[in-house]
Design a protein around this ligand. Structure first.
Ligand code: CTP
Ligand code: CA
Length: 224
């Protein structure tokens, strides 16, 4: 509840959050995407608003209503999310990358609907998308930068690898091979991976987890 943030831990702070999937166009009627629901990112946005922050939520397509009292930026592709993120960095204190960004996009989107041919196979050439959270962590002045790592195995070691490789302050790791948590679920269980410590948060609702994560990030921000 809002009472948990009676001290307004993030009052006067600007928080930017990416959320949801991206859609990478193949042609005017088709795209490549993933199963991200956006629920974790929207819960973080809601919690940051309750903590008094000025929140920008940059979101791919989801079925969720944008939280009230946030600056909502709706995008489709990874490139659009990248452009929106880069434009949001002036005065940003805390950047949270919860979006499931498509790693690759079709090298070119066809201008017209692609027609079925007589061939039994077809291939689409893909090119790498920019890494948004890496670019944010490399920007100057640099906001406190938070990544997510959704993994199906070796969760902590992959998360720690992302922390160092992307030069992040913290990575929130979750095991998406477990049923009932992670992608599309209302619940999640995560491990918060800092450079010098790890903290496990057992399964709970994404709304509750959002508040607990924002609390920890605010503590770190206010003590750094
Ligand atoms: N991320 C991003 N831009 C991308 C890809 C990922 O900002 N183009 C961010 C995600 O929002 C997340 C973090 O990077 O906070 C880790 O994403 P993830 O997909 O787990 O990592 P990748 O580096 O893409 O590695 P892989 O998919 O191979 O595990
Ligand atoms: Ca990825």
């Amino acid at each position: 509840t809002a009472r948990q943030f009676s001290r307004g831990e993030l009052s006067g702070k600007s928080v930017v959050i990416t959320a949801g999937p991206t859609r990478e166009a193949i042609d005017p009627v088709r795209y490549i995407s993933n199963h991200s629901s956006g629920k974790m990112g929207y819960a973080l946005a809601q919690a940051a608003i309750e903590a008094g922050a000025n929140v920008t939520l940059i979101s791919g397509p989801t079925n969720l209503a944008p939280p009230q009292r946030c600056h909502f930026v709706s995008i489709n592709s990874a490139q659009e999310m990248y452009d929106a993120a880069m434009s949001s960095l002036s005065d940003c204190d805390l950047f949270i990358a919860s979006a499931a960004v498509a790693d690759y996009r079709p090298a070119s989107a066809a201008e017209q609907k692609i027609k079925k041919t007589g061939q039994d196979t077809m291939s689409i050439e893909l090119v790498k998308n920019p890494d948004i959270v890496t670019a944010v962590a490399a920007s100057r002045p640099r906001p406190m930068t938070v990544g997510f790592a959704a993994e199906t195995q070796d969760v902590i070691s992959y998360a720690r690898d992302k922390l160092t490789r992307k030069k992040l302050d913290v990575v929130i790791a979750n095991d998406v091979s477990q049923t009932g948590i992670g992608f599309n679920s209302d619940d999640n269980a995560v491990t918060v991976v800092w450079a010098d410590r790890e903290e496990a948060l057992a399964q709970r609702s994404k709304a509750q987890l959002g508040r607990e994560l924002i609390q920890r990030l605010a503590d770190q921000l206010n003590n750094s």
